[in-house]
Structures are given as structure tokens and as C-alpha cells.
Design a protein around this ligand. Structure first.
Ligand code: GLN
Length: 420
């Protein structure tokens, strides 16, 4: 048996190949010369599997898709508070190259537009880092996420710099407002080098899967980005990644995404997948025209909209078993807030008559932090009611189960459990 996922991706490409709306960016020769019919898609799971179709291994310059990643790197280097002093998190509702600055602070509105991204690049490493070290920080970080050494395309970099008047104007104004102190040409050169890093749709999917997995790289097992930094970067990407189309994008497709002027697109669905896509023709917002159509299709077919509400996982209580000397609460699945709330609700109806309450967590996949805290608090309260608390946890999912008052449940070994 072969998994049908790659065939499904082929089908999506075949269905959309005739969609030839939009135009390639032509402000530099390298982009104007791009083969406009290229079309590739890759999907990487948080378990480390990658499925591709079409031109998924064709290289293109990452351009603005670098912005959420470099934002994450800047937060890792400087802390979120320092980064927020210089760059906001509000959608600008304007095009990517608008000078969208906040009125009082003059901070760029967000790191997904050029003004914000030029500033973000300047925040890499430290105030006294060299321009070359910042570029290498961006290239090295993107490479770590992609799981291979990415390189800068010098020809794209040079021709971008020949036509960088608008970005230079942004940098001069930012410097004028004291948002950063580097020379404008140096700031634009660093940011443009970051945009000239070459990637494939497969790379973007793998990089996205690391963010989807809370920063833990599904292929290398390394914690490449702290999970709170991933959350910040994905939040800003969801709010502003698609520029002035961000609102309609999020309501229609519901996948936090970032597009770039060379036709690349990144989508990240937390907990599930990273999606990479390449199709050079752009729509009026500067987003890949066929890419937007493909994401719409993927979201609808695979139920990927982040706001699709529904119960997450199965019911947390598999059974409550009563015997003469014991009540056994059998939990299952991933225990998060709603699951733990349901458990606490059921525990309320345990009789006042003191008995042993055994928590069997052998069928639990994992406790999220809030699930752990609430479950232990439930145990503490049952203990205060006079019950004896026991735990059957063969996989060690509740390590150090301090009920919050220095008391621990008795750990029941397997054989004693079978007795009842
Ligand atoms: N290098 C491009 C620029 O700054 C990137 C913009 C984009 O991809 N939207 O103009």
C-alpha cells in the first residue's frame, strides 16, 4: 500500500495548473526571467514526513518569506520586549512596501512589512554586531530550520540593491526616527541579503513543520526555537503575513502564512504541518496567485482552517470503575484545559465516604501543563476530603506528581492494579 497523500497533492497541482492569472515580479532581471509556469508544493508533518508534488525542489529566493523566521531569531537574540520596542505587532492593512509607522512611537507596525523587516534584521545578535555577522545569523538560522546549508544568490542580491530606492527611503526614515542607528544602505543590504537566500518549496515546508511543532525540529530532534518565540512569530504571521489581504486570507483559508515576491509561500498549521509552495505569478497584493488558490483548496479539502471549532481529541474520561475498596478514574488522550475541566467536574460527584481513588493514566498520550496542574489540584482536593490517592502511570507522564502541598499520590505498580 502507498500513502495517497502525494497523489492528492499531484491532483491539486493538476487542477490548478490552468490558473494562469497574475504576473511575475519584474523589478529585477532575475525575477522577471523566472519560469512563470513553475508550480510545486510540499507538505511536512510534525512527525518528520515530507510529501511533495511538482517543482518542489526548484530553488527560488526566499524574499519576504524570510521575515517570520528572522523575527523569531531576533526575539531569541534580544528578547521579545526589546524587539517590541522597535517593531509593533498590528496588521497594517497596507502593501508590503508602505511606510506603515505608528503615529507616536514611529515603530513599524509589524515585522512582516518591509519597514518592520529591515528593522528586525538590525535587531539580530546585538547592538554592536557587524553587518556580515547579522547576515550570517539569518542564513545560518534558516539553514538550521531547513536542515541543509542554504546559500545567498549574489546575483539577485546585487540587482535588488540596484533597484532598492524605496527600501532605502524606508531605512532613511526609520533611522531619522531613531528606530535603528545603522547606515541606511547597510540596513537595506543586510535585509536584502536575507531576502536573497535560496530555498525550495520542500525547504519551506520543513522549516514550517519546525514552527508547527513548537520549535522542536521534527527531523533533527533539536529544539531550534523556544516554543514561546514560535507562538509570537506565528501570531504576527497570522495577523499580518498576507499584507493587505491578511483578513480575507485568514477568514477564507485560516492557515497562518507568509508570501514572497518570487512566488514562494509558507503555511504553518500548529500541531499538524508546514506547507511550502512555489508559483511565481503574483496577484495585486503581491501574493502568489496560484499559491493562494492552492492553499484555499488544501484548507477546504483537509479541514485545515485553524478556527474550525470542534472537540480536540477524544473524551478525557474513558471510564470510572467502582469496586468495594477503590474508585478507578481511567483517563485518556491529551489532557489540556477542557479535558481537565471535564475530569474535575466528574470528580465532584465522588462520594464523601473515604476510599481509594486511583488515577489510571496509562492511556493518556500527554498532559499539557494546564492539564497536569488541574489534575493534581483535583487529587489534592480529594485527599483533603479524606480519600487515599493512588496513581498508575507506567509511562511516567506525570513525573514528580506533587499535589501542590508536598504530598504525592501512591504509585501503584502494575500487578497491584490487576488485582482489582
Ligand atoms: N526583496 C523584496 C523587497 O524588499 C521582498 C519583498 C517581498 O517579498 N514582498 O522589496
Amino acid at each position: 500500500m502507498h500513502t495517497p497523500v502525494p497523489e492528492y497533492l499531484q491532483e491539486v497541482l493538476a487542477d490548478l495548473r490552468a490558473h494562469v492569472g497574475g504576473a511575475v515580479a519584474d523589478y529585477i532581471p532575475d525575477l522577471a526571467a523566472a519560469d512563470r509556469d513553475r508550480f510545486g508544493v510540499a507538505l511536512a508533518t510534525t512527525s518528520g514526513r515530507v510529501h511533495t508534488a511538482g517543482d518542489a525542489d526548484v530553488e527560488f529566493s526566499i524574499q519576504s518569506v524570510s521575515k517570520p523566521f528572522v523575527y523569531a531569531a531576533a526575539i531569541m537574540d534580544r528578547g521579545v520586549e526589546r524587539v517590541l520596542e522597535s517593531v509593533g505587532v498590528e496588521p497594517s492593512g497596507e502593501a508590503f512596501d508602505e511606510l506603515s509607522l505608528e503615529h507616536d512611537s514611529h515603530r513599524p507596525r509589524n515585522p512582516m512589512i518591509n519597514a518592520g523587516a529591515i528593522t528586525t534584521h538590525q535587531l539580530l545578535l546585538s547592538d554592536d554586531a557587524t553587518a556580515a555577522a547579522r547576515v550570517e545569523r539569518a542564513r545560518g538560522f534558516l539553514s538550521e530550520l531547513a536542515g541543509r546549508e542554504l546559500r545567498i544568490n549574489e546575483s539577485i542580491l546585487r540587482s535588488e540593491l540596484d533597484t532598492a530606492d524605496r527600501n532605502l527611503a524606508l531605512a532613511h526614515l526609520l533611522r531619522n526616527y531613531g528606530v535603528f542607528s545603522a547606515a541606511a544602505h547597510e540596513a537595506v543590504e543586510g535585509y536584502t541579503a536575507q531576502c536573497s537566500i535560496m530555498v525550495t518549496a520542500r525547504d519551506l515546508a520543513v522549516m514550517g513543520s519546525c514552527l508547527a511543532n513548537g520549535g522542536l525540529h521534527p527531523q533533527t530532534g533539536a529544539q531550534v526555537v523556544p516554543s514561546d518565540v514560535v507562538r509570537q512569530a506565528l501570531s504576527v504571521m497570522a495577523a499580518a503575513g498576507m499584507y493587505d489581504a491578511a483578513g480575507s486570507w485568514f477568514s477564507e483559508v485560516g492557515i497562518p502564512a507568509k508570501s514572497g515576491v518570487s512566488g514562494g509561500m509558507l503555511g504553518v498549521l500548529p500541531g499538524q504541518i508546514g506547507i511550502g509552495l512555489f508559483s511565481p505569478r503574483l496577484d495585486a497584493h503581491g501574493n502568489s496567485a496560484r499559491g493562494v488558490a492552492a492553499f484555499r483548496r488544501l484548507s477546504a479539502d483537509m479541514n485545515l482552517h485553524l478556527m474550525t471549532a470542534g472537540p480536540v481529541g477524544s473524551a478525557p474520561i474513558r471510564a470510572i470503575e467502582r469496586s468495594t475498596d477503590r474508585i478507578t478514574v481511567v483517563l485518556q488522550g491529551a489532557i489540556q484545559f477542557a479535558g481537565a475541566e471535564a475530569v474535575l467536574d466528574r470528580l465532584q460527584s465522588i462520594d464523601a465516604e473515604p476510599t481509594t481513588v486511583l488515577f489510571d493514566v496509562s492511556r493518556v498520550d500527554r498532559f499539557l501543563d494546564v492539564g497536569r496542574r488541574m489534575t493534581l489540584e483535583g487529587m489534592r482536593r480529594l485527599r483533603l476530603d479524606g480519600h487515599r490517592i493512588a496513581l498508575y502511570d507506567p509511562d511516567g507522564l506525570l513525573p514528580d506528581p506533587d499535589m501542590g502541598d508536598g504530598h504525592f499520590p501512591e504509585n501503584l505498580p502494575d500487578r497491584e492494579l490487576r488485582r482489582s
